[in-house]
Ligand binder design. Structure first.
Ligand SMILES: *[C@@H]1O[C@H](CO)[C@@H](O)[C@H](O)[C@H]1NC(C)=O
Ligand SMILES: *[C@@H]1O[C@H](CO)[C@@H](O)[C@H](O)[C@H]1NC(C)=O
Ligand SMILES: *[C@@H]1O[C@H](CO)[C@@H](O)[C@H](O)[C@H]1NC(C)=O
Ligand SMILES: *[C@@H]1O[C@H](CO)[C@@H](O)[C@H](O)[C@H]1NC(C)=O
Ligand SMILES: [Zn+2]
Length: 965
């Protein structure tokens, strides 16, 4: 799915980090969780577990006897073309139900003898013809068998047609049906979306077919390999516009059921899969490309949004990104038009319907007044992701869903190339490391992870398909394809893509087809790989996890081992490759240029990696490979010295990588925690975003564990010392905070500078944020605070202030007309240090007039993220549990999330006992929180161990680093 299940990571991650609430791994899990949450929106009680889940591999696959009891279509019939007419009603009928009616005619061919037609259909009411759900006719001379009986199978979502005799092989037939379905607000198939404009409720009919919802719109052979041509017609009211995959013809007036209506037909589609269909009826308007352009580009949205220019950015960037991909694939855009539409309340990120891409508003619209640079980056990358699919995924499609990782991993990888082309100054090719790779390494380092690729027979039921849309599929998929593209070079990679697209256009593939084309390109370019490309890649896609590569620079010995964040965890998933990989180990050593060594066994020796005493070596240059690196202690020492003396000699991504690897190796007990801390010592000379961001996410856990203990003081003093030069740097480059930094990543890092400087008390920081906030308070109608800095400025001003600041922010929150602004304030209100204000805010969470029910969980968790608020929030949920559970449940409270957030700091035996007591007291009313409670208990135990092991070391280290000053 084209990031369908994505929520904006910039937003989600930003909030988490600002709340200083999580250790890297927990952040990674939370991202996965956010996606899950987006997926489960509107399905109360469906509490996703943290991390990733995976269809359990089938034991001996059970094959049901009757073909209609199997989840896969028989291979006897293939569709050729459909005529589909749909008429959605945007007003409820006399029963108060929103419905659509439709007709469908599908031309199909029989390719294996059969007297059975099985076609997908779900939740449709059919008009009957002579007692049957369908009419069958012939298109040639072949005799047409009579229909014996027809019936629906709910479990497998089929309409079954039993014929009295066999169909003639190769002859074309026509299956005709008429049906009625509900235009529900369930975000599946053809559905209804509502929004309010100028106080008027408006209804939009729109669709989401991926993965298995086309069958809920009209009867169809709903598998990705059942490609066909679709002639679509939509009936709608005058004053509305109808859109679909093909270009629309001029609407004609018709009269139906006594109403004057418009009938819009569309040009026949290309040969395509059902999951890429899209139908929309709305009263939106658009901005489009100049007439006469090769490809018609239109950005559709609510009239107001378009009038305010919110579609301009998307329109500006779509053309260049399309040209980039035409060039990259060396293949012209396959369609005559490209529509992109922003839907209010679209459940997820976006969906790559061929020719009509659907987005949630935040993924397509950009409003310079209120959107941050992170919001802008999100728009550029989501557009690039979806446009990449127009070829990879849509023109050439995987045969079945088990190869979803290829489709989504690829689009995720190249979205950074497309966005980089559209915004060359943003360093997007570097940011993929922070945005996708480091995060998913946290998930993939757990024993509960899973391989990228699944077996076709293990993915059968619709819920097994939807479980595949996780961070492994998207982000690890992107990481391993990036690694491949790097070791065969981007040019050769794109040459392989070109011949692959040429051979398979309008068809379906399995991932091996791509490997074959890339191998051909590799041979042609004269690149020598140590093993066939397929053998190299299989190790990355068929087994879960990734290696830690250990380099001994004394001897040149190099080894690999499956990296597990918890060294005591048990891996019970077998791997045919014994958790060994073919690893492209790139490295730079003192004064040298980049080299590459293939580590294709458990242990090897590379004499070139044996160093002199003062030399250093850093491996996995620019984190091109999906692995972590450990060294002998001498090299760690030299590397840390190098960072301290001449950090610029080490590439910026590697400065971040060294920190992230060291903290994760410490978690896995492979290096000392003090070594990890030592990798942050050079930060007083660092002004780049990536190392700072990595440090912040890794130190979050230290804050959680120690911000109420004697470690806190020395830790604060150390960070203050490190961040003070950064704060000054930003004061300098912004002419004392009057300009916005030019560089995209500087805009991000400015947030780190201010937020860390203010929280550790760097001189001038609190004064600054308080002054900005005061200016806003004196003139509430004119908020001059820079959009990128709003969250951190609000939070710090409220933390430093009292009831006046709080009450002002509260009134601004209540009056906010823009959701993102309200969200920022909702978070910032939790930053106060005054217990009575925090308690009052907690009480507000139980009053839906004050805090919307849907926001209550997040608000309580924000409060718990504050060291002062944490015990208050815990007391609050314990004393209110009855009330929360019985009166406030009903899907609006996510109890699992609540338990997860409120217990994050738990790290003492006393905390553990309290949790046990809570479990006992509420045994019969835990509901969806039961799993989270078990996880919280487990996590508390792990925290207790971690603190026991590390507290003294950490305290001594921070103390010695700061005592000299
Ligand atoms: C779809 O429309 C095209 C062009 O109008 C026509 O040639 C084709 O036969 C139609 N397909 C079906 C299934 O009727
Ligand atoms: C499909 O619709 C087109 C245009 O309305 C019509 O000409 C054609 O006969 C239809 N085809 C079938 C198979 O019903
Ligand atoms: C379909 O038919 C069933 C059974 O008659 C009925 O309950 C349901 O409301 C119908 N669906 C729609 C959308 O009208
Ligand atoms: C879109 O491009 C135009 C013309 O180059 C430019 O004036 C405008 O500022 C751009 N708008 C946005 C939001 O990027
Ligand atoms: Zn996608």
């Amino acid at each position: 799915m084209g990031k369908v299940y994505y929520v904006s990571k910039n937003m989600g991650l930003g909030m988490l980090i600002l709340a200083v609430t999580a250790l890297a791994i927990i952040i990674a899990l939370s991202i996965a969780y956010d996606k899950e949450r987006a997926k489960n929106q509107g399905k109360p009680g469906d509490e996703a577990s943290e991390g990733t889940t995976m269809p359990t591999p089938s034991t001996t696959p059970f094959t049901p006897k009757e073909p209609w009891d199997r989840y896969r279509l028989p291979d006897s019939i293939i569709p050729i073309a459909y005529n589909v007419t749909l008429w959605p009603r945007l007003e409820p009928n006399t029963d108060g139900l929103y419905v659509f009616t439709g007709q469908s005619a599908v031309v199909f061919k029989c390719v294996k003898e059969t007297d059975l037609i099985i076609i997908h259909a779900r939740k449709l009411n059919f008009t009957t013809f002579l007692g049957h759900h369908v009419k069958l006719s012939g298109l040639g001379d072949a005799t047409v068998p009579a229909i014996q009986k027809t019936w629906l199978v709910e479990k497998t979502e089929y309409l079954v047609i039993q014929l009295s005799s066999r169909l003639t092989m190769g002859a074309p037939y026509l299956l005709h049906s008429e049906f009625l379905g509900e235009l529900a607000d369930d975000l599946e198939g053809f559905y209804r979306s509502e929004y309010t404009e100028d106080g008027v409720k408006k209804v939009v009919a729109t669709s989401q077919m991926q993965a298995t919802y086309a069958r809920k719109t009209f009867p169809c052979f709903d598998e990705p390999a059942m490609k066909a041509v679709f002639n679509v017609t939509i009936i709608h009211k005058p004053g509305t516009v109808a859109l679909s995959n093909g270009k629309e013809n001029e609407p004609v007036d018709i009269t139906l059921e006594g109403q004057t209506l418009k009938q819009t037909s569309f040009e026949p589609t290309e040969i395509m899969s059902t999951y890429l269909l899209a139908f929309v009826v709305c009263d939106f308007t658009y901005i489009g490309s100049e007439p006469g352009a090769d490809v018609l580009i239109r950005i559709w949205a609510r009239r107001k949004a378009i009038e305010e220019g919110q579609g301009d950015y998307a329109l500006n960037k779509t053309g260049p990104i399309l040209s980039f991909f035409e060039n990259y694939y060396n293949s012209s855009y396959p369609l005559s038009k490209s529509d992109q539409i922003a839907l209010p309340d679209f459940s997820a990120g976006a969906m790559e319907n061929w020719g009509l891409i659907t987005y949630r508003e935040t993924a397509l619209l950009y409003n310079p007044e209120v959107s941050s640079n992170g919001d802008k980056e999100w728009v550029a990358t989501v557009i690039a992701h979806e446009l990449a699919h127009m070829w990879f995924g849509n023109l050439v499609t995987t045969r079945w869903w088990n190869d979803l990782w290829l489709n989504e991993g690829f689009a995720t990888y190249v979205s950074y190339l497309g966005a980089d082309f559209a915004e060359p100054k943003w360093n997007m090719k570097d940011l993929i490391v922070l945005n996708e790779i480091i995060g998913v390494m946290g998930v993939d380092a757990l024993a509960s992870s899973h391989p990228l690729s699944s077996k076709e027979e293990d993915i059968q039921r619709p819920e097994q398909i939807s479980q595949l849309f996780d961070s492994i599929t998207y982000s690890k998929g992107a990481a391993v394809l990036r690694m491949l593209s790097e070791f065969i070079t981007e040019t050769v990679f794109s040459q392989g893509l070109h011949t692959y697209l040429e051979e398979f256009k309008y068809q379906n593939i399995v991932y091996q087809d791509l490997w074959r084309h890339l191998e051909m390109a590799v041979k042609k370019a004269g690149i020598v790989l140590p093993h066939p490309l397929e053998d190299i890649m299989n190790r990355w896609i068929l087994q879960m996890g990734f290696p830690v590569v250990t380099i001994n620079t004394q001897t040149g010995e190099i080894t690999q081992k499956h990296f597990l964040l918890d060294p005591d965890s048990v891996v019970d998933r077998p791997s045919e490759f014994n958790y060994e990989w073919f690893v492209p180990v790139t490295y730079i050593k003192t004064g040298g240029t980049e080299q590459q060594f293939w580590l294709d066994k458990k242990q090897d020796t590379n004499k070139d990696m044996a160093l002199g005493t003062n030399d250093w070596l850093v491996a996995n240059i620019n984190m091109k490979g999906f692995y972590r690196v450990n060294y002998d202690s001498k090299n760690w020492e030299n590397l840390i010295n190098k960072l301290n003396s001449q950090p610029k000699d080490i590439p910026v991504i590697n400065r971040a990588q060294i920190i992230d690897d060291a903290f994760n190796l410490a978690r896995a007990k492979m290096v000392d925690v003090t070594l990890a801390l030592s990798t942050t010592k050079f930060l007083d000379k660092e002004v780049e975003y990536m190392p700072w961001q990595t440090t912040r996410s890794n130190l979050d856990y230290f804050f959680l564990m120690f911000d109420r203990s004697e470690v806190y003081g020395p830790m604060q003093a150390y960070i203050k010392k490190q961040v003070a030069p950064l704060f000054k740097h930003f004061a300098d480059i912004t002419a004392n905070w009057t300009n916005i930094p030019e560089k995209h990543t500087d805009q991000y890092n400015q947030i780190n500078a201010i937020s860390l400087a203010c929280s550790t008390g760097v001189e001038g920081c609190r004064e600054l944020t308080t002054k900005w906030f005061k200016e806003w308070m004196t003139n509430p109608a004119d908020n001059k605070i820079n959009v990128n800095l709003k969250t951190t400025v609000y939070c710090n001003a409220i933390a430093a202030g009292g009831v006046d600041e709080w009450d002002f922010a509260w009134s601004m929150y209540k009056n906010a007309t823009i959701a993102s602004e309200a969200d920022k304030l909702m978070y910032a209100l939790s930053c106060t240090k005054q217990p009575w204000l925090l308690n009052r805010y907690l009480e507000y969470c139980l009053d839906p007039d004050k805090i919307r029910k849907q926001d209550a969980t997040a608000t309580i968790n924000y409060i718990a993220g504050n060291a002062v608020g944490q015990p208050l929030a815990w007391d609050f949920i314990r004393s209110q549990w009855n009330h929360l559970f019985n009166d406030y449940g009903g899907g609006s409270m996510s109890f699992g999330r609540l338990i997860y957030g409120v217990t994050e700091r738990f790290s003492t035996e006393f905390d553990y006992k309290q949790l046990l007591q809570f479990k006992e007291d509420n045994a019969d009313q835990l509901g969806s929180a039961a799993t989270s409670l078990e996880q919280a208990l487990e996590r508390t135990k792990a925290n207790i161990n971690w603190v026991n092991l590390n507290k003294k070391l950490v305290l001594d280290w921070f103390s010695s680093e700061t005592s000299a000053v």
